[in-house]
Design a protein around this ligand. Structure first.
Ligand SMILES: [Zn+2]
Ligand SMILES: [Zn+2]
Length: 830
């Protein structure tokens, strides 16, 4: 039978976009007293077009968000724009378009694209960081930090990207290249503004304990980035009595084996101690080498380690012995103090260096067991020998005692050290938030008074970025009056790192219109923390560590009482095609607009969600989207072929039909229906396995079609089909919102499916059949038993251990280990 009413998705999708907008279906905060849920994707950079990575990220959050709405939660699902940044400025240089115009134009275009995708945003909360209404609060926060000494200015060696013509934070240097353009990073000495993130190092580390729902690899990356180590700080006095050299060591127990010291070329003393002109110029070359070369040399093989003897000596404060001071290229200023005590008997690199230059090697720790070790270098902990009064102690005890001793004698102490460095936020670019400070000859650095905020970005500047910051080219901007003494002064011309903007934007969504504070504390209390945060793993260090830091700052400013902004973070996998990441440079980009035109937004979303679990890589394949498109066409057709049965009689409410339902309980389809509701509910809400949720929905549909002819003969059967089909639409609606709205409406429902109540399942009916669990002892299959599906691990382990056969093998002993694969296997190791 031909379908009279074909599935014309462009019309349907446009129609529902309009209705959701008119009805403000996804406006948050309309009802109070309900449990809240804040669902968020990392806000996009307005590059001009939505790419498939966005579509995937946003579709994942959209499903969860729509699901929560239907479950009756009060959901906040906002969107905005990370709108400052370099590409806008490059467009200005290359195409002569003002960055503002370029950015706002892109936002308009992308906004339309997002609407086409059917994302359930509360558009009334849209933000764009490049607007003064947003960046005024960056400036406000900065001034607060300035008052508290958490923002400070210092001259330092900075990472410089010669191509972007700007400073990069340590976090923005990836494999010695610029995170944005891959250009090799060089070093430069500049005055910069820093935020004291190191004050929060310990809390950023311990806070990770609370984040049990984060992917383990992200936690590991953050932990390593913070890089806490416990050790001792020891000062080795110079033999001539003029000062000393501080070192940090995690192995103070080896200090009796320290036979020389090594300074980094960048260490301030290097310049002072090296007197020979030829040597000085060598040190200078090392310093001028890019960090990349230095690192390469430091980390590469034997030939790379070079050193210069300063012919000066330091005194090992433990032994009183004078030891030579060297400058070498294998010690980096960025780690520790930029100086080390070299213990060649117990450190590979020191050993190599000592061998090359004929320096003494003295063993002071030996393995406890007396086991032989390779290569003449023992790295482990053990017993101390030739270590004066500490000889005979074990490493751990010795470290404590020696740190204590150093503390008593006044040349050292125990110390915790972090790899994390303060965050340099100054950027020599135009398209960012102006740093709100003024330099006065009399008063020095003065913060712009709060009542003068925002410091607005001037329109007219020279964008080339040559000769320093573009803002410096606008004299009206630069020249100003000192707010304190009224004298002549000049404004700061650097702008803020855009990661400043993205460190707190999720708070702004809670009250995007506040003109009193960055956000209203009462609203933040209502919505924060973000319950579901989804974004790419490329932000695992940069953005997530800064955002966690800002949350703690804002807490300490009294604006919020939460410690962690994102208790649940899901990092979605990459989108690939033909085996490579989808990217312009690879030429394998699929344009979402084309897919929408060809297959519709529903099919595009559904395919992206169906083809792989959110956290895994997703390989684009046009055949796949054809498949999901066919599935949607089949549903459309099925409805139109059976509309007389599927339509609700007399516009009864979707809850009704009690008696008929009871009668239909006997049908197998009813069992399948409840099993599917349970599966989809748990897959979205508990496991975030959106792909398996989609396959269950597809199975249910196939079952409805298969059983329909038989069921349609009796009214109770027809009622069941009607119920099952309505439920199918509801389960599918978070994934394919347009077609489900349309069929929901056509079948006689008076209000939008997006706000309908998520179907409930009867636990009795939803119970899956038993599963067979195999029990192994020491890897050999010894028994099998039947169990209810999805039992907790402890319960399965208990059942396995109670089996008589297994008791025979285990024999009352406590097993060494019990490994359990739910629903499948228990392996007992005895
Ligand atoms: Zn760059
Ligand atoms: Zn002044």
């Amino acid at each position: 039978m031909p379908v009279k009413d074909p599935y014309v998705f462009p019309q349907i999708e446009k129609k529902w976009q309009r209705i959701w907008e008119e009805q403000q279906t996804f406006k948050a905060g309309e009802e109070s007293g309900k449990e809240k849920c804040y669902c968020l994707e990392m806000y996009p950079y307005p590059s001009g077009r939505i790419h498939m990575g966005h579509v995937r990220n946003f579709s994942i959050v959209d499903v969860i968000s729509r699901f929560k709405v239907m479950q009756g939660l009060e959901v906040l699902h906002p969107i905005g724009w990370d709108a400052f940044g370099m590409p806008a400025e490059n467009a200005a240089i290359e195409q002569g378009i003002h960055p503002r115009e370029w950015t706002l134009g892109n936002i308009e275009h992308m906004k339309a694209q997002l609407k086409n995708m059917g994302f359930s945003y509360d558009w009334s909360r849209e933000i764009a960081t490049c607007l003064p209404g947003y960046y005024i609060w960056n400036q406000w926060i900065f001034l607060q930090l300035l008052e508290r000494g958490l923002a400070y200015r210092k001259k330092s060696q900075v990472n410089w990207c010669p191509s972007c013509q700007t400073v990069l934070a340590n976090e923005q240097v990836v494999n010695d290249g610029c995170w944005r353009c891959d250009t090799q990073v060089s070093m430069k000495h500049m005055e910069q503004w820093f935020l004291k993130i190191t004050d929060y190092a310990e809390e950023l580390l311990t806070g990770l304990e609370q984040l049990r729902n984060w992917p383990e690899h992200v936690l590991v990356m953050q932990r390593n980035w913070i890089g806490r180590s416990t050790g001792g700080q020891v000062t080795f006095p110079l033999a001539d009595g003029r000062g000393g050299i501080e070192v940090f060591t995690t192995r103070v127990d080896t200090i009796y084996g320290a036979t020389f010291m090594v300074l980094s070329p960048e260490h301030p003393l290097s310049d002072q101690l090296v007197e020979d002109p030829a040597d000085r110029s060598k040190v200078k070359t090392w310093i001028e080498q890019s960090r990349a070369e230095l690192k390469m040399k430091a980390e590469a093989g034997e030939t790379a380690k070079e050193g210069i003897d300063t012919h000066k000596k330091a005194v090992n404060p433990f032994t009183g012995e004078e030891i030579p001071i060297w400058v070498a290229n294998y010690v980096l200023m960025e780690y520790g103090t930029g100086a080390i005590m070299a213990v060649p008997a117990h450190d590979e690199r020191d050993h190599e260096f000592a061998c090359r230059y004929g320096l003494p090697i003295r063993e002071v720790v030996v393995p406890e067991s007396g086991e032989p070790y390779e290569d003449g270098i023992f790295h482990g902990y053990g017993a101390l020998v030739d270590s004066g009064p500490f000889s005979g102690l074990m490493s751990a005890e010795a470290m404590d005692k020696m740190a204590e001793y150093a503390h008593e004698k006044g040349f050292g102490h125990k110390q915790v050290q972090y790899r994390l460095r303060d965050w340099g936020i100054s950027r020599q670019r135009y398209w960012g938030t102006p740093i709100p400070v003024i330099y006065c000859e009399t008063c020095d650095v003065v913060g712009v008074p709060y009542e003068d905020l925002p410091v607005t970005l001037p329109e007219e500047v020279d964008f080339s970025g040559e000769d320093g910051s573009p803002l410096g080219s606008n004299r009206d901007f630069v020249e100003t009056q000192c707010p304190r003494c009224g004298g002549r002064a000049r404004r700061e011309t650097d702008t803020m790192d855009t990661f400043f903007d993205s460190s707190w934007y999720y708070f702004r969504y809670c009250s995007p219109d506040s003109d009193r504070l960055p956000f209203e504390p009462s609203q933040a209390k209502e919505w924060m923390p973000v319950d579901v945060y989804v974004g790419g793993v490329e932000h695992a260090i940069l953005h997530l560590i800064y955002a966690r830091f800002f949350c703690k700052l804002l807490r300490d400013l009294g604006l919020t009482d939460i410690d962690e902004p994102f208790p649940f973070y899901l990092s979605q996998g990459m989108v690939t095609k033909d085996g490579a990441k989808m990217s312009k440079s690879k030429g394998n980009v699929v344009d979402p607009d084309e897919m929408i035109t060809k297959y519709g937004a529903d099919a595009t979303r559904l395919f992206m969600l169906f083809a792989s679990p959110p956290e895994k890589e997703f390989a684009w394949d046009e055949k796949g989207i054809e498949g999901t498109s066919r599935f949607l066409h089949r549903i459309w057709k099925f409805y139109h072929e059976s509309a007389d049965i599927l339509d609700i009689p007399d516009h009864k409410s979707d809850e009704g039909g009690g008696a008929e339902r009871d009668a239909a309980a006997a049908y197998p389809l009813r069992v399948k229906l409840h099993q599917t509701i349970k599966k989809v509910t748990d897959d979205i809400g508990k496991r975030y396995h959106l792909n398996t949720a989609v396959s269950s929905i597809m199975e249910l549909f196939n079952r409805i079609r298969r059983d329909a002819p038989e069921l349609m003969v009796a009214e109770e059967g027809r009622a069941l089909i009607r119920e099952a089909f309505g439920t199918l639409l509801q389960l599918l609606s978070p994934f394919a919102p347009f077609i489900t709205e349309e069929l929901w409406e056509k079948s006689g429902h008076g209000s939008v499916i997006a706000k309908s109540t998520w179907p409930r399942f009867d636990p009795e009916l939803a119970r899956e059949e038993k599963v067979t669990v195999v029990v192994q002892v020491n890897g050999k299959v010894r028994a099998k038993f039947e169990a209810d599906p999805d039992l907790p691990e402890d319960e399965i382990k208990r059942l396995a251990l109670e089996l008589d056969r297994i008791q025979g093998f285990v024999g009352g002993r406590e097993p060494r280990k019990v490994i359990c694969i739910p629903n499948k296997l228990v392996n007992i190791v005895v």
